[in-house]
Design a binder for this molecule. Structure first.
Ligand SMILES: [Zn+2]
Length: 339
């Protein structure tokens, strides 16, 4: 069983990584890592970030953190997020000499499904010692199963445009592949929203996300064209999540879970593609959406961290801490601890 996914954002701080078409690799890497981390958490897959801001990590410090996050456990996957440069187009993944290409191949094909061009998965050897991996992130990161993902070429005009607009989709492909590989139920990201910034108009938002103004008005049930800073504008119709994830704890059985969520045991088995009645502690199951206790809160349309904190008489900081949130992004259907 997986102990956790270590989510790395390559470069950072004074080390910007590749540069091209007004993009800095370090920024895109961080964006990819944060999105990946949040989505893994949403799916109940344990994950930790190596860096969550624009900081410079010397090689030794990055390696130290990676090894420390899960005490150098072999039951970890390290995803190091990068953008490429230098005469190419499309995504590629480097996997370690000690590993098979299975996971890398699965991830790359999921990135392709999300619309990115792909190149190949491969291993690269150190010229002076071909028994060793070329990249330190694969060579010196202990017992992890490390992968170096290059989402595209920042200095290629087609790739850079796609990375500007669709990077999160490609990362979603990685998340989907990881869920499949680790046998976690995958729930697609269903609802995107945008927080109104100074200077925004319905017109500018419509242009930016390529959604007609009347559609925005309809989705958000807007009564006027006047937006306020900080207002949430939904970009998609309606959440289609009818399911939550439930993590099995000691003492649970399929029967007890089925009672708790008002679902027949057979339906639970079918929903989760289980081959028998055995479940294990820590396993994640899809269950019907249901607010089952008052220690958790399920995010609804229109909610913000602030409104949820207020409803539950705690501070936004407490709420973020309880839920290991690194930013203010929440999505409809997300389950938050409120006590
Ligand atoms: Zn890089």
């Amino acid at each position: 069983m997986i102990e956790g996914i270590i989510v790395d954002a390559g470069h950072g701080g004074i080390d910007s990584g590749a540069v091209g078409n007004n993009l800095l690799e370090k920024d895109l890497n961080l964006k990819a890592a944060q999105y990946m981390y949040n989505r893994l958490k949403e799916l109940g897959i344990p994950a930790k970030l190596v860096r969550d801001n624009d900081e410079y990590l010397p090689k030794e410090e990055r390696v130290r953190r990676i090894k420390n996050l899960y005490n150098n456990s072999p039951n970890t996957i390290l995803i190091s997020n990068h953008m490429n440069a230098g005469n190419g187009e499309g995504a590629e993944i480097v996997y370690s000499l000690k590993n098979t290409p299975d996971l890398a191949n699965l991830i790359l094909s999921n990135i392709k499904d999300q619309g990115q061009k792909i190149r190949k998965t491969y291993q690269r050897r150190l010229p002076e010692n071909p028994n060793l991996d070329y990249y330190y992130i694969l060579r010196e990161t202990g017992n992890t199963t490390p992968l170096l993902i290059e989402y595209g070429f920042i200095d290629n005009i087609n790739d850079s445009n796609r990375l500007k607009n669709n990077l999160e989709d490609y990362v979603e492909g990685v998340v989907k592949a990881l869920a499949e590989y680790l046998n976690y139920p995958y729930i697609p990201k269903v609802l995107e929203y945008y927080t109104v910034q100074r200077g925004d108009t319905l017109y500018s938002i419509s242009r930016r996300f390529n959604i007609p103004i009347d559609k925005l008005i309809e989705i958000n049930d807007l009564k006027s064209n006047i937006l306020s800073i900080g207002q949430i504008i939904y970009l998609e119709e309606k959440p289609s999540t009818d399911y939550d994830t439930y993590t099995v704890v000691k003492g649970d059985s399929l029967w007890s879970i089925s009672k708790r969520y008002d679902i027949r045991v057979n339906d639970l088995i079918e929903l989760n593609n289980l081959s028998d009645l055995n479940i294990r502690i820590g396993q994640t199951l899809l269950v019907p959406k249901k607010d089952i206790d008052n220690n958790t809160y399920i995010v609804e349309k229109g909610d913000t961290l602030w409104s949820i904190a207020k409803k539950n008489s705690i501070s936004v900081n407490e709420l973020k801490e309880l839920n290991n949130l690194t930013n203010n992004t929440i999505s409809i259907g997300q389950v938050l601890k409120v006590k």
